[in-house]
Design a protein around this ligand. Structure first.
Ligand code: GCU
Length: 673
């Protein structure tokens, strides 16, 4: 049975003999021209993949033999390689081409060749004909990051796949082979940076003891083109430095960070930089000293000095009772700082204004800070999307944000183009995904959760890829190459996120989940102290209607968007029903564009959403002959839970909102008992 450990890098023997032979003829040896660690990795991975897929050993040699009649694969690093999209700033692209009898995988950097090798293996894993192997690609985004919310004690904040994969108590001496497989998986999808610890950070990582451990991990990742970053605890100068303050403008504090940074680079010469959560959810920060986010970020940037490192400063900030709409807060704190950040600083913004809800409108900061490179942060771990029990394929959600048109520089100023730097001509660009990886044998708990890790990497590389296209690649590499089964699986995957939204938070409802655990429904949650952590604050149900009025007659958060977006979302008639209750308090009897009243539409979505899980179960049952039995059973069991919990969500929410709407459950739906 397949335990899921190998992810999408299975390299199982290709059973179609004709295809296998065609591939065998084209891949008789590998020539790696050079001896860098990354190139060696590329050659070794190719050798491993070919050995598995084709069932025969393929030798690695230093150079293509002149006059040989064999057909080889040449791995070639050349600063002048003709790779579309390559530039001085971006040398990660690759090109695969035929040259005489050989295939050449080339790039302007070793990493480019490594990515090319994984692309070539992907072509074989997805069974592209030999004649179609030539291809080329360059990443659109430069810093492609995973953020781990892992703690020193081995727990993972919002992690649902076991504990942390980092075994701090065994490092640096013992290097779990899993670290290498993790690096392989990341490199295969183009991820080139990992922040290994929780944004709610411990200061411990900056101690000499822990830096040795981090160094050991960096050593494993380096041959895979991956750099290590650290989340830092703002008060570290006090906690581990013995200083009385962590005021960013204090000379001793500056000196402390400069000295720490110097030690980090002495230990890890290719250290990537810092990720910072400050003055958010109780974390300390520069505002504790009357300074602002730019003061803090720029001080760290200065500490990095001439080292090739960056600061990713998070914009996820909000305070209790501040101004009546949490939606506005990050914008209000950060927008005025546009132009005040040092060139080494990128501001990291979540996809939506609240917090990784199943559906959010794009964050109003995208397009609003043209002088600052913005990193898009999405969540791969399913904090609000059913943990590791619900099958929810997230590419459609990532794409929905990336494809949103901010209209800040005319039509077509999509979030993707803001983030990749094309809208405002930034040289640096970044994207971060909060990892769903843990110590579970299959890495992600839900076997299908692997697809979300995969899809994040693929979109970080190229946001123009389609959700279905990525799902198809992944399913073929991971589950089966049987065409009808692939089509069924891809269909279920691409519809799953909309289905989840329907049975949990349809029509723009948000933040009505269980308190602090963030699982299951709790729309009735109300309590004093932190209204911004309750449910009633967000849904605003009353006897008249439902939804948060964010128009000019309400919190006016809509005014943070460009006029074109405001015009569309500001009118309940033109606002897409999917965002309706994000922006409008709508009467229960108000007819919607669907022809139903709000109440009727709400009930319809909850019921049809829950019933669609039955459809998912049926579709999944049909692929049984094509997939591994253990994996089949695992997903089948999780879908059963998903169906039960969809009913739980449906009944809890419909019955709760019914106490305000005071309407019967419309036919053909039967009231919950
Ligand atoms: C969410 C999540 C927290 C996390 C925070 C963040 O609020 O529930 O656990 O720390 O996001 O992104 O900083």
């Amino acid at each position: 049975a397949d335990d899921g450990y190998r992810l999408w890098l299975k390299y199982d023997l290709i059973s179609d003999v004709a295809q296998r032979n065609a591939y065998r003829q084209a891949t008789q040896y590998i020539a790696a021209d050079g001896s860098s660690a990354v190139l060696k990795t590329a050659a070794a991975e190719l050798q491993r993949g070919l050995q598995g897929l084709l069932g025969q050993p393929v030798p690695v040699v230093a150079k293509a033999e002149a006059g040989s009649t064999k057909r080889g694969i040449l791995l070639l690093v050349s600063p002048t390689a003709n790779v579309p999209g390559s530039s001085d700033a971006s040398r990660d692209g690759y090109r695969i081409l035929t040259q005489g009898r050989n295939l050449v995988v080339t790039g302007r950097s070793e990493a480019g060749v490594l990515y090319g090798v994984f692309a070539l293996l992907r072509q074989l894993q997805t069974r592209q004909p030999v004649a179609n192997l030539a291809t080329a690609s360059s990443p659109r985004i430069q810093y492609r990051m995973l953020n781990h919310w892992d703690n020193p004690n081995g727990t993972v904040e919002r992690g649902y796949a076991g504990s942390s994969i980092w075994k701090w108590y065994e490092l640096p001496e013992n290097l779990d082979p899993r670290y290498t497989d993790y690096a392989r998986a990341n490199a295969s999808i183009g991820i080139n940076g990992v922040a290994i610890n929780n944004v709610n950070a411990s200061a411990r990582y900056l101690t000499p003891e822990y830096l040795q451990k981090v160094k050991a991990l960096a050593g494993v990742f380096r041959p895979y083109g991956i750099r290590v970053y650290l989340s830092v605890f703002w008060a570290a100068p006090k906690v581990i430095g013995g200083l009385k303050t962590s005021d960013p403008l204090d000379p001793q504090v500056k000196q402390w960070w400069a000295a720490r940074t110097a030690e980090i680079y002495k230990t890890i010469p290719d250290f990537g930089g810092f990720l910072v959560k400050a003055n958010s959810e109780g974390e300390p920060g520069p505002q504790d000293y009357g300074r602002n986010h730019a003061d803090g970020a720029n001080m760290l940037a200065e500490a990095l000095g001439t080292h090739d490192g960056i600061v990713m400063w998070r914009a996820f900030v909000y305070k209790a009772n501040s101004n009546g709409d949490r939606f506005r807060e990050a914008y209000e704190e950060f927008k005025p700082l546009d132009g005040k950040f040092s060139p080494k600083v990128l501001v990291q913004v979540k996809n939506g204004p609240i917090d990784f809800q199943a559906r959010e409108p794009f964050h109003p900061l995208f397009g609003a800070m043209p002088k600052t490179p913005l990193v898009l942060e999405v969540q791969i771990t399913q904090e609000y999307l059913g943990f590791a029990t619900h099958l929810v394929y997230l590419a459609p959600m990532f794409k929905e944000c990336l494809d949103s048109d901010t209209q800040t520089k005319g039509a077509g100023s999509t979030v993707a183009k803001v983030v990749d730097g094309t809208v405002d001509q930034h040289r640096v660009s970044g994207i971060a995904g909060v990892a769903n990886i843990g110590s579970d044998r299959n890495w992600t708990g839900h076997p299908m959760g692997q697809a979300n890790w995969y899809a994040f990497g693929r979109l970080a590389w190229d946001h123009s890829l389609t959700s279905a296209g990525i799902a198809t690649e992944w399913a073929k590499m991971t589950l089966t190459n049987q065409p009808a089964a692939v089509a069924t699986i891809v269909d279920v995957m691409t519809k799953s996120r909309d289905i989840y939204v329907r049975y949990t938070t349809p029509l723009g409802l948000h933040h009505i989940m269980g308190e602090s655990i963030h699982y299951g429904p709790q729309p009735w949650l109300a309590k004093a102290g932190r209204p911004d952590w309750t449910s009633v604050y967000y849904h605003k149900a009353d006897s008249m209607g439902l939804g948060f009025n964010r128009t000019a007659t309400g919190s006016n958060a809509l005014a943070l968007y460009s006029p074109g977006v405001q015009a569309q979302w500001g009118d309940p008639k033109t606002c897409p029903p999917n965002y309706l209750l994000w922006f409008h308090h709508v009467g229960w009897q108000q007819p919607l564009p669907t022809g139903r009243t709000l109440w009727h539409e709400l009930v319809t979505r909850y019921y049809t959403g829950a019933d669609s899980v039955t459809w998912m179960q049926q579709r999944w049952a049909s692929v049984k002959p094509a997939v591994d039995p253990a994996l089949f059973n695992d997903v089948t069991a999780r879908l059963k839970i998903q169906r039960q919990e969809a009913l739980w969500w449906r009944d809890a929410c419909v019955l709760y909102f019914q106490t305000y709407a005071r309407q019967p459950i419309p036919a053909p739906f039967t009231p919950p008992t």
